[in-house]
Design a protein around this ligand. Structure first.
Ligand SMILES: C[S@@+](CC[C@H](N)C(=O)[O-])C[C@H]1O[C@@H](n2cnc3c(N)ncnc32)[C@H](O)[C@@H]1O
Length: 213
């Protein structure tokens, strides 16, 4: 995989602009550093929280939630927006249990709904519409997730999807891995579909934020 595209200096600067987090979230960040677990991190998390506040989101669906770090940002926004539901979906029971512990400690027990499942299938089976759908599953699954997301997101809602720079892999013509191809194909699909207004924002590993017309 290619080197990080965003310099550590810029990345750390953006992370330092994020206001202090509660001790429980700091512990989640420390765990990711220690174990190399791929969470979205403070700058992308805060940006997700900002978008959710700006939209007044009350119904959020996450695909590929890990141990709940990105969920915590959405749950905080939903709580501040007056309450609602954030769906936490991951296919590992262990991660789902860890998320319950962290998110309960953060006071989001009544907001987050947990499901251990393949995430696109869970979205298919869950009644929408949603104000925000956040996608962070294995990258080869991105293209097939788009029709399901388009069906479940409300008009005027936002899709946020992570790792769209794929650590620079998008520029590596010798990389034909399914994950790289998934990122490239998804980017092409969403930026050429007239049903969406989509921008790739180069925070950390690149977030596409797409507004559904
Ligand atoms: C990148 S990590 C998630 C990090 C989380 N969004 C955060 O920022 O805190 C993705 C997680 O989703 C799981 N996952 C990947 N593809 C999935 C799928 N199709 N369905 C359910 N879980 C999936 C992975 O095993 C991993 O635990």
């Amino acid at each position: 995989m290619a080197e990080e595209l965003i310099s550590p200096q810029v990345r750390d600067y953006l992370d330092r602009l994020v206001p202090p987090r509660p001790a429980e979230m700091q512990a989640m960040e420390a765990y990711a550093r220690e174990t190399n677990f791929p969470i979205i991190g403070p700058a992308s998390g805060y940006f997700c929280y900002q978008i959710a506040r700006m939209l007044g989101a009350k119904r959020v669906f996450e695909l590929g939630s890990g141990y709940g770090y990105s969920t915590a940002w959405f749950a905080r926004a939903v709580q501040e927006n007056g309450g609602g539901t954030v769906h936490h979906v991951v296919w590992s029971d262990d991660l789902s249990q860890k998320a319950r512990k962290h998110l309960g400690a953060l006071g989001f027990g009544d907001i987050v709904q947990y499901r251990v499942s393949e995430a696109v299938q869970a979205l298919r089976e869950t009644a929408g519409p949603f104000d925000i759908i956040f996608n962070d599953i294995d990258k080869h699954g991105y293209p097939d997730s788009l029709p399901v997301i388009a069906e479940k997101l409300r008009s005027g809602g936002a899709l946020i999807i992570d790792n769209m720079l794929w650590h620079g892999g998008i520029f590596d013509e010798s990389d034909h891995s399914p994950d790289k191809e998934g990122v490239v194909k998804f980017t092409q699909m969403i930026t050429t579909d007239p049903g969406w207004i989509a921008t790739l924002v180069p925070i950390r590993d690149g977030l596409i934020v797409a507004y559904k017309k």
